[in-house]
Write a protein that binds this ligand. Structure first.
Ligand code: OGA
Ligand code: MN
Length: 275
């Protein structure tokens, strides 16, 4: 099957068509990976596939990590279930409810993941969109003085499990955390990407607290402008794969009276982010 790559009418992303997601040849895998590196996000509108098929598709992008949270909605240890579904009041998935601020997955680790593929199984009638910010474009459009100011800076990135909004961390260093450059270079392209986010960047190292807060807020305000963002409105069966180095992502609010069920495979990376 010939794969067609059509750039989205957005600051990032491409839609792939002609992809048989259940049966990826090595040539397909290469074309899909190349589109992923070039456009940072790839979208496939396909049928709902099973967990093994999702893992096989995820391998186009690299090695698949074991999921950190187990769910009774899958038998596999490499599928993460993102859902608000509860049984007898008990949550069956992770990242259950509502709005989520911009973040990079696993940036609180020394080696954050390269990306993830999210597959929609059940979606609410409204909201629960996933938004992606082009962090390469966000960096490239900064004024030269700001680019210079960011040179050599590192930041503390932290995550309190269960929190989806910033400002819930008492002491970021008590939980899982990692220090990373504020601007990182993506190995496959040599491009620089802004590596701060509203949810997870706690402070810029070596700056007084107010100055650090003001700088993070200024950078996040810059990133979160509509001109850098693609907002994905899900259809059942969609698979969206993001480059977790060149993009950060967020989620819009949705009703807690509707079910949302997504399955995710996480693509690992073997590099420590470098400037
Ligand atoms: C994630 C995530 C967004 C969503 O899986 O890491 O941020 O739309 N998901 O559920
Ligand atoms: Mn995420």
């Amino acid at each position: 099957m010939t794969i067609t790559v059509k750039p989205l009418d957005a600051p990032l992303g491409a839609e792939l068509s002609g992809v048989d997601v259940r049966n990826i040849t090595p040539e397909d895998a290469k074309a899909i990976f190349d589109a992923y590196i070039k456009y940072h996000v790839v979208v496939v509108h396909g049928p709902v596939i099973d967990d093994a098929e999702l893992v096989a598709f995820g391998k186009c992008f690299g090695e698949i990590e074991e999921a950190r949270f187990k769910s009774p909605l899958t038998t596999r240890n490499d599928i993460m279930v993102i859902s608000n579904i509860r049984e007898d009041g008990k949550l069956l998935g992770s990242l259950p409810d509502g709005e989520m601020a911009f973040h990079f997955d696993r940036i609180h680790q020394k080696k954050p993941c390269r990306g993830a593929a999210l597959h929609a199984i059940e979606i609410p009638s409204e909201g629960g969109d996933t938004c992606f910010a082009n962090m390469v474009m966000a960096y490239e459009t900064l004024p030269d003085a700001m680019k210079q100011r960011l040179q050599g800076l590192t930041a503390l990135n932290a995550f309190t499990y269960g929190s989806t909004q910033p400002g819930m961390k008492d002491d970021a260093e008590k939980g899982p955390h990692a220090h990373h450059p504020v601007v990182r270079t993506i190995p496959q392209t040599g491009k620089k990407s802004l590596y701060v986010s509203r949810l997870m960047t706690d402070r810029v190292n070596g700056l007084p607290p107010e100055e650090s807060r003001a700088l993070i807020d200024e950078l996040c305000d810059h990133v979160e402008q509509p001109r850098f963002i693609y907002q994905h409105k899900w259809k059942v069966g969609d698979i969206v794969v993001w480059d977790n180095r060149a993009t950060s992502h967020a989620r819009t609010d949705f009703s807690d009276r509707e079910r949302r069920l997504m399955k995710r495979v996480t693509i690992s990376d073997d590099v420590i982010p470098s400037p």
